[in-house]
Ligand binder design. Structure first.
Ligand code: PBG
Length: 313
């Protein structure tokens, strides 16, 4: 029996707290005697709420403060939605565990309509995700996409106040917060290819904390881990930040990995898609080769347009 306290740095949105408490409970249940505390923090991403994320420096805004706390030994681990974790980590920190994935799909949420296809001409849909906007507009060019930020409760509040006819949220967040009944349509990957890592929770810590890393292995979910690795490998090879609509989604079927990828323009006019099937051992290689196929198939031009001249190799 270990008598040790580990500290989880966490944001304070209901979803972030749910995820931190989930890891806290699972870690204590797996290792009797281990104590786990939460260290609640405020990040820049929580403060800047009025601007689309792509414009204020991206998803890293939600993790920097948590990473600093670990580097300065004010906390030992951080729990992230894998979707929000940038591809690079600061020196000394790394992603050591990926927990079992919740529903990876995007959820169509509305008080009036049951699916995107039911929306009337010119309906207003709330999302600040370029990936969701791209795929919605490709299917329904008539829709008006309006920005939507804030935590899950805030976004639902804006829908209920009548600011939108429908909004798109991650099914995983709604399910974790017991808001499943708000989901009108869990959108299949064919309609909305999810974001890299969507629905999965990952754990970051100091790479020299061998004791913690060993304890965390009990929470790792091998199948989710391999899927998210393939998705992240694709994203890394694309060198796409969050200014580009990118979807990447892997599933396992009898130990065969099926990885699908998408790069598009925000208006949905351009969309490059591809897929790979192969043994799970090849997850990372499949992600890289799919990214290269997408780049050659038009994604390089889309990325170039977005970044104006900074061509990925
Ligand atoms: N970008 C914010 C964010 N990060 C993770 C989730 C949901 C849970 C998940 O994907 O793990 C959400 C909300 C949303 O996209 O609706």
């Amino acid at each position: 029996m270990l008598n040790k306290i580990f500290r989880i740095a966490t944001r304070q949105s209901p979803l972030a707290l749910w995820q931190a408490q989930y890891v806290q409970q699972r870690l204590m249940a797996a290792h009797p005697g281990v104590q786990v505390e939460l260290v609640p923090m405020v990040t820049k991403g929580d403060i800047i709420l009025d601007t689309p994320l792509a414009k204020v420096g991206g998803k890293g805004l939600f993790v920097k403060e948590l990473e600093l706390a670990m580097l300065e030994n004010r906390a030992d681990l951080a729990v992230h939605s894998m979707k929000d974790v940038p591809v690079d980590f600061p020196e000394g920190l790394g992603l050591v565990t990926i927990c079992e994935r919740e529903d990876p799909r995007d959820a169509f949420v509305s008080n009036l309509y049951n699916s995107i296809d039911e929306l009337p001409q010119g309906a207003i849909v709330g999302t600040s995700s370029l990936r969701r906007q791209c795929q919605l507009s490709a299917r329904r060019p008539d829709l008006i996409i309006r920005s939507l930020r804030g935590n899950v409760g805030t976004r639902l509040g804006k829908l209920d106040a009548g600011e939108y006819d429908a909004i798109i949220l991650a099914a995983a967040g709604l399910k974790r917060l017991n808001l499943d009944d708000r989901i009108r349509q869990a959108m299949p990957a064919e309609i909305s290819l999810p974001a890299v890592g969507q629905g999965a929770v990952g754990i970051e810590c100091r790479l020299d904390d061998h004791e913690l890393i060993t304890l965390l292995q009990a929470l790792n979910h091998a199948d989710t881990d391999v899927c998210v690795r393939a998705e992240r490998a694709m994203n890394t090879r694309l060198e796409g930040g969050c200014q580009v609509p990118i979807g990447s989604f892997a599933v396992l079927e009898d130990n065969q990995l099926w990885l699908r990828g998408l790069v598009g323009s925000p208006d949905g006019h351009q969309m490059v898609v591809g897929e790979r099937r192969g043994p799970r051992e090849n997850a990372v290689q499949m992600g890289i080769s799919l990214a290269e196929e997408l780049l050659d198939g038009g994604a390089r031009d889309i990325l170039r347009d977005v970044y104006q001249g900074q061509t990925p190799a």
